[in-house]
Design a protein around this ligand. Structure first.
Ligand code: ATP
Ligand code: MG
Length: 572
């Protein structure tokens, strides 16, 4: 766990860059953008990116554009656009009317490409994709493991005249050539130490309908060309992105310079990595497509939709982002920090109720026949304004199966023959016996007597008991289904697998446990999807969208046990 972040000091080096750019007059205002590709749902890593984009803009009185970088017709779709917008909004960010699409810039980008061709800085190439790769060359480690990058080779088409390139490029657009037969490439340097600078492809021919432009185009710009020039067109000052784009920065600057466009500036920050999960759309897509999870919004997924369905609050995620800060080197963040932020928030806002996951009948032998008493229960001890509610109490209750033991181990303070416990908000009861199914040996009911003098904590001092357990009343309890989740991956870093091992295979196949036959107190009859509760002693739960009039489903958002506080303490 050595380089897993435990620090909680918020820091943000980007702030200093931006402040400096304003002070030196490099820019006179701040405009950022969040540029998702609509080819998947957003995960919490994206949330880090857009909190930074919107956060920096807000800090400097600027704006932030939401721009869909949608130039790969194969994988993009309107449903992803909608999902992305919904999730950005959910986290509390507002792009107002600043919603843009790179696909709206196709004409502009085409003209920029023509401009670069005219300068003799781009050419149409007939090499195939494989040949381009081969001509480019690769990094080769020597016997001391030092990397060398021998120069690549020029394409035989590299020296076409400007006129020929202009003509061929126009005809590429007009659809005269088959897919993959030609590309437009930037003419930079085939011996450049950065392989990305070795005449990168700017346009490819691809006859694939695009979800927004349909069949209007059969050539599509590549990301490295499209991205800087889209930023520049929008007048973006600070183009903030994750560290893997650092190596693309010289190319970003090259296109802006050669196109004589607005000088947007790219600044990279560390990607968010979280323990016990993977944060890449490509990998998450695999979990969805291969059926390891029920969908992008499976409550075990680190997608924003998954976290929302699991019961995370936007506030807890924003708090988490503040705590991890913005650094320049990649690191792993312990998922328990995220859970800590969640518990802090839910502790303040979640209503307490009682529910029993694995019910065991408790019969109070001296309770008056047919009597139902309404007990007063506190809705949230952290928030007096949440008030109180009435919980019906009667002679037959259900308690948690593991709150009774026939033969208790040492330090077991719950029910066992002869022992007394307090029933939460109710009375002290003393176990007098239990019933067993002779065939299976299973305990079917526990018997007890209650002490009428001990109602609601008014026990005389000599009647203090060590255990308090929760319960529901048999005749008014509502049936529930509970879904309990475990980590998706047992390994802290799921992608760190030995060569030849498929990371997907290390997934925890028991990460979902469905508990049918749980029971809750009557107020849960009215629950709606998204409602959040603390089930006393069991954890925080949220009502799942699978809930309908005949069925109530609850996801355990997080247990009550906080391991983070201990870790933080140890770390000093
Ligand atoms: P993925 O690797 O998950 O497929 P991506 O970078 O390909 O993500 P985009 O839609 O291109 O997906 O990402 C939009 C923005 O989100 C980019 O600017 C990228 O830098 C940022 N981003 C993606 N993943 C992370 C992460 N784990 N931490 C921080 N920022 C991220
Ligand atoms: Mg990307």
């Amino acid at each position: 766990m050595s380089d897993i972040e435990t620090a909680s000091a918020p820091s943000n080096f980007i702030r200093d860059f931006v402040a400096d750019d304003l002070a030196t007059g490099r820019y006179d205002r701040v405009l950022t953008r969040f540029p998702p590709e609509p080819n998947g749902w957003l995960h919490i890593g994206h949330a880090k990116a857009f909190s930074i984009d919107f956060g920096i803009a807000a800090e400097f009185g600027g704006k932030c554009n939401l721009r869909f970088d949608d130039t790969n017709p194969e994988k993009e779709d309107m449903s992803y656009v909608e999902a992305i917008k919904r999730d950005v909004k959910w986290l509390g960010y507002d792009w107002e009317d600043r919603e843009f699409y790179a696909s709206d810039y196709y004409e502009h980008l085409y003209e920029q490409a023509v401009k670069i061709i005219r300068k003799g800085k781009a050419y149409v190439d007939d090499l195939s994709e494989e040949e381009i790769k081969e001509y480019r060359g690769t990094n080769v480690p020597d016997k001391n493991n030092i990397t060398h990058t021998p120069p690549g080779r020029d394409s035989p088409y590299r020296n076409r005249t400007v006129e020929e390139n202009l003509d061929l490029f126009a005809r590429m657009r007009a659809g005269e050539f088959p897919d993959g037969s030609k590309t437009l490439r930037a003419k930079i340097d085939m011996a450049h130490p950065n392989l990305l600078m070795r005449d990168p492809v700017m346009y490819r021919i691809r006859r694939e309908p695009h979800y927004r432009t349909g069949t209007a185009w059969c050539i599509y710009p590549m990301y490295d060309f499209q991205h800087p020039l889209s930023d520049a067109l929008e007048g973006v000052t600070h183009s903030l992105c994750s560290l893997e784009y650092e190596i693309h920065r010289p190319l970003y600057d090259w296109f802006i310079r050669e196109a004589e466009a607005f000088p947007s500036r790219q600044i990279e920050f560390a990607r968010l990595n979280l323990t016990h999960t993977v944060l890449s759309k490509r990998w998450l897509l695999r979990l969805v497509q291969e059926g390891f999870v029920s969908g992008w919004d499976d409550p075990r997924m680190p997608t924003l939709a998954g976290l929302r369905r699991r019961g995370f609050t936007p506030e807890s995620i924003r708090d988490f982002m503040n705590r991890i800060g913005v650094a320049k080197t990649d690191s792993f963040v312990d998922v328990q920090l995220l859970e800590y932020c969640l518990r802090e928030d839910l502790n303040r806002r979640a209503r307490r109720v009682m529910a029993v996951l694995r019910p065991l009948k408790l019969v109070i032998e001296n309770w008056p026949d047919g009597k139902v008493e309404e007990l007063e229960a506190v809705n949230n001890p952290e928030d007096p304004s949440a008030g109180t509610r009435k919980v019906p109490f009667s002679g037959t209750l259900y308690i948690e199966r593991d709150d009774f033991m026939e033969v208790p181990p040492p330090k077991y303070f719950r029910l066992f023959p002869g022992n007394s416990v307090r029933l939460r908000y109710g009375y002290i009861v003393t176990c007098t016996g239990f019933d067993k199914d002779p065939a299976t040996g299973e305990v079917t009911a526990v018997r007890c007597t209650y002490d009428p003098e001990t109602k609601g904590g008014n026990a005389p001092d000599n009647r203090k008991v060590k255990g308090t357990i929760h319960w529901v009343s048999a005749e008014s309890a509502v049936p529930l289904e509970a879904r309990l989740y475990d980590r998706l991956f047992p390994n802290e870093r799921p992608m760190d697998v030995p060569p030849g091992v498929d990371w997907v295979g290390t997934m925890n196949r028991d990460s979902l446990e469905t508990v049918a036959g749980a029971l809750g107190e009557p107020c849960l009859a009215e629950c709606k999807p998204g409602d959040r509760y603390q089930f006393e002693r069991l954890g925080y739960f949220t009502c799942d969208p699978d809930t309908n009039s005949g069925r109530r489903v609850f996801n355990r958002t997080v247990s009550l046990r906080d391991t983070w506080a201990k870790i933080a303490q140890k770390g000093g």
